[in-house]
Write a protein that binds this ligand. Structure first.
Ligand code: BTN
Length: 261
């Protein structure tokens, strides 16, 4: 794959591999070595791609987009959840420029026809000058067909090609994604949380639904009410208590889809 051609700061350092263990793993190492904000590591395939909650993420050669972006925000750690939410909004907005409308399942899974098309893994690396390094890893299913997914995932996963019946140019997509990530990040740096929250809310498919939230072995069920100022999900439990959650996996308990704006 050739480099993505774009004018922005993100991706001006772009390291591209045909195969690597995990782009997040490498970029965390590079962050420790002092690589600048905006550095991107991209791989055509990953042998040990990392997913959320310790899961694996499969990136078969020639089909998907797998990249990691290094951020060094000045914001306080309490804003970190917004980095993750911002990334989901950026990917969704990018796909909309190609007339594809994905829904966001909290915190940052992108769904097409109720199946996962993109996952985002945010990992925090070492700080320098009081600025944490954040590695934002994006795995987008682009040109996979059903047999590219392991049988156990076929019901739950989809790709842009499967949803649109056409082949996508992965490098063009990467360039556009970086544009949208850069724009969303500017919003974050300027404290435009209301705007991000509104953009996330318009695309979310989680709020207003009965959900089960799983964190490791623990799970709770409740009604997803909204996000608080720090990007935490507010869950109304049967006991009447409202619980704030910052991480976990959401599954839907009952049908009854909220419309996607
Ligand atoms: C999820 O579980 O939904 C998150 C998946 C994140 C996968 C991406 S692919 C590029 C980057 N490198 C990794 O090892 N993981 C992320």
């Amino acid at each position: 794959m050739g480099p993505a051609i774009r004018a922005g700061r993100f991706g001006s350092v772009l390291l591209s591999f045909s195969e690597i263990d995990s782009t997040n793993r490498l970029l965390l190492d590079l962050a420790a070595q002092g690589y600048p904000e905006g550095t991107v590591v991209q791989a055509d395939s990953q042998t040990r791609g990392r997913g959320r909650q310790g899961r694996r993420w499969i990136t078969p050669p020639g089909r998907a987009l797998a990249f990691s972006l290094l951020l060094r925000p000045r914001s306080s750690p309490k804003d970190l959840p917004w980095v993750t939410l911002m990334a989901a909004v950026a990917v969704a907005r990018c796909l909309e420029t190609f007339r594809v409308r994905a829904g966001i399942k909290w915190p940052n899974d992108l769904l097409l026809n109720d199946k996962k098309v993109c996952g985002i893994l945010t990992e925090v690396g070492p700080s320098r000058d009081n600025r944490p390094s954040i590695v934002l890893g994006v795995g987008l299913n682009v040109n996979q067909v059903a047999k590219d997914f392991p049988p156990g995932l076929r019901k739950a996963a989809t790709s842009l090609q499967m949803a649109t019946k056409r082949t996508w140019d992965r490098q063009k997509l990467l360039g556009r994604l970086l544009d949208h990530l850069e724009e969303g990040y500017e919003d974050l740096l300027h404290g435009r949380i209301d705007r991000l929250s509104e953009q996330w809310g318009k695309r979310n498919v989680t709020l207003g639904r009965e959900v089960r939230l799983t964190q490791g072995k623990r799970s709770i069920t409740g009604m997803a009410l909204g996000l608080d100022r720090n990007g935490a999900l507010l869950l109304s439990l049967k006991t009447g208590e409202v619980q704030r959650v910052l991480s976990g996996d959401v599954t839907f308990r009952a049908k009854g889809h909220k419309g996607i704006a």
